[in-house]
Design a protein. Structure first.
Length: 296
C-alpha cells in the first residue's frame, strides 16, 4: 500500500489512543508505523531533508491537526493522549476526515491563517500561502524542539541556553565568554555570559527545564534576583521550557531580568539555528524591469 497521507491517519491515531492512556509521541509514531502494514522500503523512506521517515512525519502532522481540533492533547511535552471529546467523536464516527475537522474554528484557522468569519475569497495570494505554510512548519518544529529538550538532562539544557545567548551575539568576541556553572554549587545561577572583553559586565542565566504544566512563579524569580545580588551581577535572563505566572511577570517587570518562556525559547532556537538546521531554501523570482528597459 502507498504511504497514507496525514489526513488519512486521524482514525488510526484515535484508535491507538482510545485506551485513554498517555503515550510518548515518539512511541506513537514508531508503533503506529509498524501497524500500517507498510513495506520495509516505505517505512524507511525519508522526507527530503533526510531527518525523519515520511510516515512518522505524517503521523506527527496528523497529531498536530487533532490537537487543534481538541481531540488529542499533550498534558506535558513529548506525550499525547486522547481527550474526552476525541474519544466520543471517534466512537460516534470512526471515519473522521479533514473536511469534517475543518468545521472546527481552530483547525480552519490553522490551515487558512484566519477564521472563517475573517476570511474573504480571493484575498490570499501565493506568497500569502507560502507564509502560512512556513508558519505552520515552524509551529510544528517548535513543539518538536521542546519535546527533544525535555528528553535531555538539566545540564544539557543549561548548556543549550548559554549556546543560544552566544549565538544571539552576547559575548561573541571570545570563545570562553559563556560558561555554565557547577551543577552542584551554582547558587541559583546556571550560567554566566560576559558582555564585554574584560568580563566587567555580566549576564546571569537561570534555566528551568519544566513541563509546560509547571509554571514559574514569583518566588523562584525572587531567589534568582537574590542570587544575582550575591554574585554582584545586575542583569539576568530566566529561561524555561514552560511559562510564567502573572505574578512572576509582574515581578520581573520591576527587575533587571528578562523572561523567556518555552514558546519564545523555541522561536529563538529556530531563528538562530540552535538545535535546528535549514533543510530547504526556496527562492521567489521577480521580473527585472531594469533588464527589460535596457536601451529604451
Amino acid at each position: 500500500m502507498a504511504i497514507p497521507k496525514f489526513d488519512e491517519l486521524f482514525n488510526d491515531i484515535l484508535e491507538f489512543l482510545s485506551d485513554k492512556k498517555e503515550y510518548r509521541t515518539r512511541y506513537v509514531k514508531e508503533e503506529l508505523s509498524k501497524q500500517l502494514n507498510l513495506t520495509d522500503e516505505e517505512c524507511q523512506q525519508l522526507i527530503p531533508s533526510g531527518t525523519e521517515p515520511v510516515i512518522q512525519n505524517r503521523i506527527g502532522w496528523s497529531i498536530t491537526t487533532l490537537k487543534k481540533a481538541g481531540y488529542v492533547e499533550s498534558k506535558k511535552w513529548g506525550y499525547v493522549n486522547i481527550t474526552e471529546t476525541g474519544f466520543i467523536e471517534h466512537s460516534k464516527n470512526p471515519d473522521i476526515t479533514l473536511e469534517s475537522l475543518m468545521t472546527i474554528q481552530e483547525v480552519y484557522k490553522f490551515f487558512n491563517g484566519t477564521s472563517k468569519k475573517e476570511s474573504k475569497i480571493g484575498e490570499s495570494t501565493p506568497e500569502d500561502d507560502i507564509e502560512e505554510a512556513y508558519k505552520k512548519i515552524n509551529d510544528s518544529l517548535a513543539d518538536q524542539i521542546l519535546e527533544n529538550v525535555l528528553n535531555k538532562d538539566p545540564v544539557f539544557f543549561e548548556k543549550l541556553v548559554v549556546d543560544l545567548l552566544l549565538k544571539m551575539g552576547y559575548g561573541e568576541f571570545r570563545e570562553d565568554a559563556g560558561r555554565t556553572t557547577s551543577p552542584t554549587n551554582d547558587g541559583g545561577i546556571d550560567g554566566i555570559i560576559n558582555e564585554d572583553r574584560l568580563g566587567l559586565d555580566k549576564i546571569a542565566i537561570q534555566a528551568k527545564r519544566y513541563d509546560k504544566s509547571n509554571k514559574i512563579g514569583a518566588p523562584l524569580l525572587q531567589s534568582f534576583v537574590g542570587a544575582l545580588m550575591g554574585k554582584g551581577v545586575t542583569k539576568g535572563v530566566f529561561i524555561t521550557t514552560s511559562s510564567f505566572t502573572k505574578g512572576a511577570i509582574d515581578y520581573a517587570s520591576n527587575q533587571s531580568i528578562i523572561l523567556i518562556d518555552g514558546d519564545k525559547l523555541a522561536d529563538l532556537m529556530i531563528e538562530f539555528n540552535v538545535g535546528t538546521f535549514t533543510s530547504h531554501t526556496y527562492e521567489i523570482k521577480r521580473v527585472d524591469s531594469d533588464y527589460f528597459n535596457l536601451g529604451e
